[in-house]
Design a protein around this ligand. Structure first.
Ligand SMILES: Cc1cc2nc3c(=O)[nH]c(=O)nc-3n(C[C@H](O)[C@H](O)[C@H](O)COP(=O)(O)O)c2cc1C
Length: 462
């Protein structure tokens, strides 16, 4: 392989204090990485220019172990990158930018007879003045610095045997091909599989390119882009006014709507609640009434047509194609009569099923929601709305993922209104971590994953 090294992301600075504590500083934040020996702190400085990747595999004494630990902690936070260069000090060929918290480069073995093909989810695009190769399936993004590599990769739109690729001008090197295979940007087809079969399970076959990319890039957990209310255009572009400027046409006054109906009153009373009364948490019977009123399966039916489409259900909220692909997972922090933990709501049987998950993962899920609503404490119950994507994409072309998000909207409003009606409080949450959910449930992110969240509890009197 060409020179392969590990280095700090250019936007990150490492600072060591007199007690050996090393802190990573980036974008105005600082994160403690733990306490290290003076020798390790000294060596850590070399991460700015880069340390050979091979040093992390070997165990040569205490310092390497410490640097290894430091590098793992930096990698977990997406603060490292990996460089493939023509030589140690030479031109950059490819820079690998991790996108998931557990990415660490791996080079699966490749034989001369192996054939490789590009994944149908992989794409190259311009980012600023750079060319990047990405895939929603990949744990890392590849910045291609040498156009010859881009040309060579373009040939992999069809399966190519490595021994034939090798003979071509601009062969990108076995190491890079292995790194791309590890990220599922390249797939092995040599075992007789068609490119489609090599792509993976039927869960993946059910995704269109734009939908999987939209899902992976518009949620947290599988990319390293800025996320949420970061105001990226302040000072550059003017904000749009809260009210659309009126059309110049003839104006027709609307009649006085008269007294509000009880439902119209409920709509007006509805507000987002972000702080909860933890002295009087929501009780299990209230949670049961909330779920029964909003999400329970009311009846089942099958299409009269010959086509077996998996059957249908009737539920309290509307849903595109009556697919009812949305599932509810409850992270319970405080609920009278129900233990703290993670549960799935079985909407058919109206019961909760406990799911074993690590305590730190439950904490991380609740902390993400606390952060998203800017509250001092976690919600009493955090509802994660997941989608069984294939229920919708099995039927709909081009619009599947967009229908799922629209369904989330109908369910969120149903939650808001039920909570208001019951004297409870709730708040929709616009960001969810799809990688964390995959870890907590063991479900692959493309099979079933979060598409919305709702914080629920007894609102604090403010
Ligand atoms: C799809 C959606 C996502 C939202 N995401 C968040 C969020 O992440 N954090 C938050 O504090 N509020 C969130 N909200 C709540 C809105 O901020 C709130 O509805 C809006 O400010 C109007 O206030 P009201 O709900 O009290 O009428 C979200 C609402 C919706 C519908």
């Amino acid at each position: 392989m060409a020179a392969f090294s590990v280095r700090l992301d250019a936007r990150v600075a490492l600072e060591a204090n007199a007690y050996g504590e090393i802190t990573a500083c980036f974008h105005g934040y600082s994160v403690s990485l733990g306490t290290f020996s003076a020798a390790a702190a000294d060596r850590a400085r070399k991460l700015r220019k880069g340390l050979p990747f091979a040093a992390f595999a070997s165990n040569r004494g205490n310092i390497d172990e410490e640097i290894n630990l430091l590098a793992q902690r930096l990698a977990k936070r997406g603060l490292l990158e990996f460089r493939l260069g023509a030589s140690r000090g030479g031109e950059d060929l490819v820079i690998i930018e991790p996108q998931t918290s557990d990415y660490w480069p791996e080079t699966p073995p490749l034989a001369a007879a192996d054939a490789l093909v590009l994944s149908r989810f992989a794409y190259m695009r311009r980012r600023g003045d750079e060319l990047v190769l990405e895939s929603p399936r990949a744990g890392a993004l590849f910045k291609i610095c040498d156009p010859k590599i881009a040309t060579a990769l373009a040939m992999l739109s069809r399966p190519q045997q490595i021994k034939r690729l090798r003979r071509r001008d601009g062969f990108p090197g076995l190491g890079l091909l292995a790194l791309l295979t590890d990220c599922q940007i390249l797939l092995k087809t040599s075992d007789g599989k068609s490119p489609q079969a090599a792509e993976g399970d039927s869960g993946l076959a059910l995704w269109e390119f734009h939908d999987l990319l939209f899902h992976a890039r518009s949620t947290g957990g599988r990319h390293a882009n800025p996320l949420g209310g970061t105001y990226p255009h302040v000072g550059v572009l003017s904000p749009l006014p809260a009210l659309r400027p009126g059309w110049p046409g003839q104006k027709i006054d609307l009649p006085d709507p008269g007294a509000l109906s009880p439902f119209a009153k409920l709509l007006r009373e509805r507000r987002s609640t972000r702080g909860f009364d933890d002295q009087r948490p929501i009780a299990l019977d209230e949670l049961s009434r909330f779920l029964d009123g909003t999400a329970r399966v009311l009846s089942r039916w099958n299409d009269a047509a010959d086509l077996d489409d998996g059957g249908h259900t009737v539920r309290p909220y509307p849903c595109a194609g009556a697919s009812y692909e949305l599932e509810l997972y409850l992270a319970v922090d405080k609920c009278e009569g129900l233990a703290r933990g993670f549960y799935h709501y079985d909407a058919g049987a109206h019961l909760l099923v406990s799911i074993d998950s690590a305590t730190n993962e439950l904490e991380a899920l609740l902390a993400g929601a606390t952060n998203a609503v800017g509250a001092p404490a976690p919600p009493q119950v955090l509802i994660t709305i997941s989608a069984r994507f294939g229920r919708v994409s099995w039927k709909y072309s081009s619009i599947a993922y967009s229908l799922i998000l629209k369904d989330v909207g109908t369910l969120l409003q149903t939650f808001y209104l039920m909570a208001t009606d019951m004297g409870l409080g709730g708040c929709a949450i616009g960001v969810e971590n799809i990688d964390l959910f995959a870890k907590m449930t063991g479900l692959e992110f493309h099979v079933e994953g979060p598409v919305g969240q709702f914080a629920l509890g007894r609102g604090a009197k403010s």
